[in-house]
Ligand binder design. Structure first.
Ligand code: NAP
Ligand code: SF4
Length: 677
């Protein structure tokens, strides 16, 4: 192991009664798989990650009882049948030489149910249901149910449990005076408020014996008003250790916090400093987490002494073989998690099964398989954007011979625009990964080449992935010198004035606003400035880690107005878990959002609009530059020419359906097509 680039990451961790083979924990994610009750499928998901070398997996949160479930019907180990079903999963993980712990998640007032319970009847801002205040017996029942959940986990073959004490869930709610107004022995002083989490750990340890892993997930920085101080965090950590925890894991921010904690614009390893503050103050291993997505980042965190182990969750959706590839010196082959949330958390919060934008096989292991082809074909793919590259990669993996054309001189298509947007730097790594993998899979790349029909004769299959072109909004005066397309802006080719109107408040309108409201380096690369921008402070100095002066955003170099015709809230169709961040970020930069407009004309004075059906209340938005971000239409001239020539082609990605195209749909469609050829 001495010749590895990741000596800290790959070092084993001796827990006394058992040893973890490296320092990587796959953090808990609610995938929705357990709720499908398709246990072989659940087992396939976890076993593939165990085969990929991760030392310890934590499952998605399992409810200890009905009232503690995140939503009605949330999975848990309630019956012997449930225990037998989970055994299918733990057996598969053990066969793959892995270890797995079950997370016990009591949601408290975050439960999306009128039956939810909590320390006090204080409704959460992210739930419509006020919790029922528990009495003494009610609290005892919750403890008992968590203990039974841990015992059942042991019966089901789990190597341990993770007790979820962070993110503002039930146990966390007892710690903070804002949610705990009790005056009995479970409220009041900090000692009383921390009684419940400590008692749960103590009784779980008593029930499961000494040789069973108990991870306690502790909120190290709450990021909510009245949140814990660092001294309280240390006091709790030490008490939880004394009560029998084996490992402490880090939680960052309550779900209701208005500071991003895992989004792509959060600096990499952006919260490891918080965990580091606990190092040396407890005797058990400490895990850090949040925005650690590559082995070099993880190695740095450990080498800097921020923690004993790292937790990564979403990176294991993007690539099940993360650890194995790192250990084999193939880190450049790891499919990067770009922290977009588009196919994971956004799915979870829409009640859909989790997957991954980068890896559509995630949680679909049994159904989407990339088997070697029995009849290798010659396949031409036109367009090296997300859809075309994904199709090329999967086809080549299956043994097909692939020629990939693109008229531009680089691969990546629209992904190359995304990577220019401050806070979206992870797209750089994604395009690089595609380029690396296409080279390894010996895809014949013909860049700077727009093939004609004649060039595509003689292939067994032709795939058209020619993407999209900007929609023409047909506004009077749009050909003027003060009007630009988003393509020119994001390519950095155009001079943009100080006062800007952006036509279209979709994903690209927001991206352009973000791009134009920043100057200097991206905050994602500067953690100090990022913390200042969002108002994050040291919890040792300020309760909850909130800066008393609040967010201090760097001012925008431009006055920006973002417009749309629809009357709905701008950005409503952005990602469910990230839209609020984009809106908050632009608001902090003073970007004005105007809805329900009709575009009348553009002239040297700026953009003329009107409102309402009668259009009798015209207004001038005086700007120097107007940027068109009015969506896209399909680019399928090649597909039409092929059809005319009688050649059947598969049309994928934006060339298939342009409306609301994103990389998730493009990669999924390209991969699925190539899996079937
Ligand atoms: P989009 O999301 O479809 O938005 C197009 C915008 O143009 C809308 O605001 C629409 O609003 C406006 N529009 C449509 N037709 C128009 C017309 N004829 N004249 C004037 N305005 C018109 O498209 P996009 O912004 O180009 O984004 C493309 C895709 O990439 C989307 O799926 C998007 O989600 C994805 N993307 C996402 C992100 C992100 O999540 N952060 C970032 C970039 C791209 P009105 O019709 O109300 O005027
Ligand atoms: Fe990461 Fe995005 Fe995949 Fe989620 S969907 S795992 S955030 S790349």
């Amino acid at each position: 192991m001495t010749d590895t680039a990741y000596p800290h990451l790959l070092a084993p961790l001796d827990l006394g009664f058992t040893t973890l083979k490296n320092r990587v924990l796959m953090g808990s994610m609610h995938t929705g798989l357990e709720e499908t009750k398709d246990w072989p499928r659940v087992a396939a998901f976890y076993a593939e990650r165990a085969r990929g070398g991760v030392a310890l997996i934590v499952t998605g949160g399992m409810a200890p009882n009905k009232e503690g479930g995140v939503f009605p019907g949330a999975a848990g180990l309630f019956t012997d049948r449930d225990v037998a079903n989970h055994k299918v999963v733990t057996d598969a993980v053990h066969e793959a030489d892995g270890k797995i712990a079950m997370q016990i998640l009591h949601a408290g007032r975050y439960a999306y149910s009128p039956d939810c319970v909590g320390p006090s009847p204080v409704k959460s801002p992210i739930s419509p249901f006020p919790p029922r205040e528990l009495d003494e017996d009610g609290i005892e029942k919750q403890i008992g149910d968590m203990v039974v959940a841990a015992q059942r986990a042991r019966q089901a073959g789990y190597d341990g449990v993770e007790i979820m004490g962070s993110e503002g869930y039930f146990l966390n709610q007892f710690l903070v005076t804002h949610t705990n107004k009790r005056t009995d022995r479970w409220g009041g002083s900090y000692e009383n408020r921390m009684r419940l989490p400590v008692e749960v750990v103590r009784r779980v340890r008593q029930a499961v014996g000494d040789d069973f892993i108990i991870i306690y997930r502790l909120s190290m920085i709450d990021l909510v008003p009245g949140g814990s101080t660092h001294d309280e965090v240390v006091q709790l950590a030490q008490a939880v250790e004394a009560a029998g925890a084996t490992i402490l894991n880090t939680g960052i921010g309550w779900h209701e916090a208005r500071i991003p904690t895992i989004a792509t614009s959060v600096p990499r390893k952006g919260f490891a400093w918080v965990t580091k503050k606990l190092m040396g103050k407890v005797g058990i291993p400490v895990i850090t987490s949040n925005r650690i997505n590559m082995p070099d980042v993880a190695e740095e965190v450990l080498a800097e002494g921020c923690a004993d182990m790292v937790s990564m969750a979403r990176p294991f959706l993007a690539d099940a073989h993360f650890v194995q590839k790192a250990a084999e010196g193939r880190a450049d082959e790891i499919a990067p998690c770009i922290a977009c949330n588009q196919a994971c958390l956004d799915h979870t919060f829409s009640g859909k099964l989790t997957s991954c934008l980068v890896n559509p096989r995630a949680c679909h292991e049994t159904e989407l398989r990339y088997e070697p082809s029995s009849t290798p074909k010659r396949i031409a793919i036109v367009g090296a954007g997300a859809a075309g590259m994904a199709a090329a990669m999967v086809a080549a993996e299956r043994g097909h011979r692939v020629v990939l054309f693109d008229k531009s001189g680089q691969v990546g298509g629209q992904l190359n625009m995304a990577k220019e947007v401050p806070g979206k730097e992870e797209f750089v790594g994604l395009v690089d990964w595609f380029a690396t993998m296409m080279a390894r899979r010996q895809i014949d790349l013909r860049l700077g080449h727009a093939p004609e029909v004649a060039d595509l004769l003689g292939f067994d299959e032709v795939i058209v992935a020619t993407g999209v072109r900007p929609r023409d909004p047909g506004i009077k005066g749009q050909d003027g010198p003060n009007v630009l397309s988003y393509i020119d802006v994001l390519a950095g080719k155009a001079q943009v004035g100080r006062r800007v109107a952006i036509i279209g408040a979709g994903g690209i309108g927001f991206d352009v606003a973000e791009y134009l409201s920043h100057d200097g380096e991206s905050l994602t690369g500067n953690p100090d400035l990022w913390r200042k921008e969002w108002g994050v402070a040291d919890p040792q100095a300020h309760r909850g880690g909130l800066a008393p002066e609040g967010p201090q955003p760097h001012p925008s170099p431009r006055e920006i107005v973002l417009l749309q015709r629809k009357a709905e809230k701008p950005g409503k169709r952005l990602g469910k878990t990230t839209g609020w961040i984009h809106r908050a970020s632009l608001k902090m930069k003073g970007v004005k959002m105007v809805t329900g407009v009709t575009y009348e004309k553009i002239d040297a004075d700026g953009l003329h609009v009107s409102f309402g059906e009668s259009r009798d209340n015209p207004a001038l938005i005086a700007v120097d530059t107007v940027v068109l971000c009015a969506g896209q239409v399909v680019e399928r001239s090649l597909a039409d020419q092929l059809a005319e020539a009688g050649i059947t082609a598969h049309v994928i990605g934006g060339a298939d359906v342009a409306a609301e195209l994103d990389a998730k749909r493009a990669i999924d469609q390209g991969s699925r097509l190539a899996a079937a050829l």
